[in-house]
Every structure is written in structure tokens, then in C-alpha cells.
Design a protein. Sequence first.
Length: 391
Amino acid sequence: MNIPFSRRASALSSSAIREILKVTERPEVISFAGGLPSPASFPVDALARAAVRVFARHAEAALQYGPTEGYAPLREWIAARHGVAAERVLITTGSQQALDLLGKVLIDPGSAVLVETPTYLGALQAFSLYEPLFRALRSDDDGPVPEALDAAQAQGARFLYAQPNFQNPTGRRMPLARRRALVERARELGVLLVEDDPYGDLAYDGAQLPSLLSMHPDGVVYLGSFSKVLAPGLRLGYLIAPPPLARKLAQAKQAADLHSPTLVQVLAYESVREGLLEQHLGAVRALYAAQCEAMLAALARCMPAGVRWNRPQGGMFIWVTLPAGMDAGALLQRAIERNVAFVPGAAFHVGEAACNTLRLAFVTVPAERIERGVRVLGELVEEAFPAMPVD
């Protein structure tokens, strides 16, 4: 049967990362590809105890339909944590749904959407469904360059999407001065900021920087997630938006799924109200810091001269820049043949891509396998040098 797909559906494509992850299902593959939290970080016992309390005390409410905006005690807990009114908080089915809702409510075909360089592939995929015109904002090691956001860039832009904390894919964190400058520039030009912050709690030293939301509450939509701090299988996220936008987003969510699963919301609240995050995050940060150090050490030992990488202060990713002229996509094909996987950096760009970049995710790979995998990558880079053009 000939299925009459809509124009929008016909334009859909699979995520480059999801396609790579199919390869990594083989146990012999050392995967630096997936941005998956370490299962060792899941607070299994604490969640199990919370589940017992939920069914003992709140079973009827947890198993019933709920309001679209979300479970009120959880919304109030989130609001207090961020210093905002609960009416601004909307619970979502993962922060990926928040991205989709923003696309539905704010993007018309041909609308301008500003993004960092590079930027989160999942956001590009979510927004692309609504046919925007992406405009890449010049960025450096500190994030988007405020001076690059000029009147021409801002003209008609629906929002600027950014990840200030340990960005996916680069792992960079936007310094305080850059945050202030970006917020001030966006305020001057009347550009709404979308602050996506799934990794903010994963600073290895526990130190937090002020959010963009705290600097400009009426000009920022903040996206948060429990995936990286509790467990991704909960599929629980949230957004904080100015009240008129929050109401419109709730209407769009109502049409999508009525509400996020009540049981999961009550379970999460029962966990966090007892202080689980404060007790749990220290162990997660220590684990991820050790994993990061293992990969940084392996890169220093195994990569030839001419390869550069950053030193993240938190999060789950390291961004690697190969010598000019090298193609990380071609390198991936050779790496897969030797049972190592990563994500080429071109997938995270709009417009002209930096093909000599790649993302390494390190939190799920044991230290000895990190060493083996990075050694393979170093050998492949060295093998490619003779084939590279001479400047």
C-alpha cells in the first residue's frame, strides 16, 4: 500500500547517533558514541524504597490521570530550586519533549532559529520537524560569541538555543562573564533564550554558575531533566517559561499526551523531597570525574601531535579536533572495523561543518577499555597522516 506521508513526515530522518548506536550493541565494540549515563550511577536502592512509599501512601493518586502541567508537589519543588513561581513550571516527558513543544509553539516554516556552533543534535532534530531556518551563531571555547549576535542575525529570530553547562557535544561551560554578556545582548535585541541544562549538576567540583534564567527570568526558557541525575528511563524533564508561554506550551502538551506519567512524577518527588539528589550527586560527580581523567590520560598517551582536545570541568563529553584535512566520518568507518565507535562532529553543525572534529563520551566505558579504544583511535590517526594533503 502506498502510504500518503505528509510533507513534514517525508522530511524526517534518523539521528546520526542512533544509527551509530546500532553498531555498538555488539559487546566487542568499545563505544564512545552514546551520551548515556553510567548505570553505576543509578540510585536503584533509593528509587526502590521510594516506590514502596509511593504505593503505600499515594497509590491512587500515582495511578490516576493528572493535570497537564504536572504533579503539583514536584512542580513546587522545582520552582523552589530555581527561585521561580510554580505557575512557570511544566513537567515534560523527558526534556526532548520540551524541545518538541517549543518547536510546535514558536516555529513556523521558515522561522529563524539561532543555535550555537556546534550544537546538540537532538535539538536540531526536534526543531527541524517544524521547518525553521537555522542560523549558526559564531562560538568559541566559552560558547556563543555575544558580539556575533547582531541585528541582522536577530531579525525575526524566534529564539537562541544554548547549553551553557558542559555542552553536548563539546563539554564546554560558559563562563560567568560570557553568560552576562550573552543575556545582555539578547535583551537588547529582544531575542528569547532557550537554556537547555541537563548537565548543570554534573560539575566535578560541585560548583554552580548562575543560570541564564536567574539573570533574565522574563526572557529565558529553562529546560531541566532528571535523566542525568536520577535515571533516563524515568523519561522525566521540565521547562520553566514566562507565564504566557508556559500556558501555551501546556496547551500543546495537552494535545500531545495529556500529561507525563503520574507514577513517575510521584516517584521522583518522593525521592528528591527526601534529599536524594544532595546525597547522590557527590558519588556521580566523583565517578564521572574519574572516567574523564582516564580518557584525558589515554588521549595524552595515545594521540599523535596535531590532535587537540578540551579538558571538561563536568559533564560527559570530550571534544576532539583532528589535524586540518582529516575527515572524522572516514575515521569512524575504519574505527568500527576495529570495534571502536564515536560520533563525528559534523552531525552537530548547521551549515558548514567542521569535519575534522569528533565527540567522545566516556562515562559508560571502564578505564581499561577507554585505554584500548583511544589507542586504536590514535593508531588510526597516525595511519591517516601519510594520506593527508600537504599544506
